[in-house]
Ligand binder design. Sequence first.
Ligand SMILES: C[S@@+](CC[C@H](N)C(=O)[O-])C[C@H]1O[C@@H](n2cnc3c(N)ncnc32)[C@H](O)[C@@H]1O
Length: 194
Amino acid sequence: MKNRQYITARRIVSWAKWFVQQEVTSGDICVDATVGNGNDTLFLAECTGRTGKVYGFDIQTTAIEKTRQKLNVAGLLDRVTLIQDSHAHLDMYLESGTVKTVMFNLGYLPGGNPSLITKPESTLQSLRVALKLLSNGGLITVASYRGHPGALEEFTKVNEFLSSLNPKEFKVLRLEPVNQEHIPPVLFVIQRHQ
Ligand SMILES: C[S@@+](CC[C@H](N)C(=O)[O-])C[C@H]1O[C@@H](n2cnc3c(N)ncnc32)[C@H](O)[C@@H]1O
């Protein structure tokens, strides 16, 4: 079978979307913490429907503008508020307990400046804040890479922090291929249980 789509060959980002689709329904409030080229923001805007709202964050003007254009072409710009600020400040724009999903795709803007990467300190700060924003059953997905300079340090800190969360309050999954030659990215999925 030449063209078979193996479920185990799915990319980590596609798994992140799959988890989000299990929980997000029309009318929900969702956050893309790293809009980049806007692919995840567009996906969230489709999931939340006409009555929902998506907040997209990025520190780079290029990322915000690319995403704005992408949403405009798709006719979904009115569902999204784009904010050029660090995701460490999520709580300046959103209220505790109101958000269904926060997606993080760490690393650098594909095709952009590879030195403008997510950094361990602000990533951890934003994860702390994002946990408080989640409604009951709400999810955070974190696609964490280990290949580019600085990535392994960030991954290690994220892994340590998420492993230390109280399991009565949050369940944390870690998904990764274990038999690849290169160092694959890891997906973390966190869900609030109360
Ligand atoms: C891997 S890209 C995101 C890809 C994106 N989700 C997509 O669908 O194309 C990572 C993005 O994180 C952004 N970033 C880096 N540090 C940030 C921070 N402190 N707050 C918000 N965004 C940040 C980068 O500018 C970059 O655009």
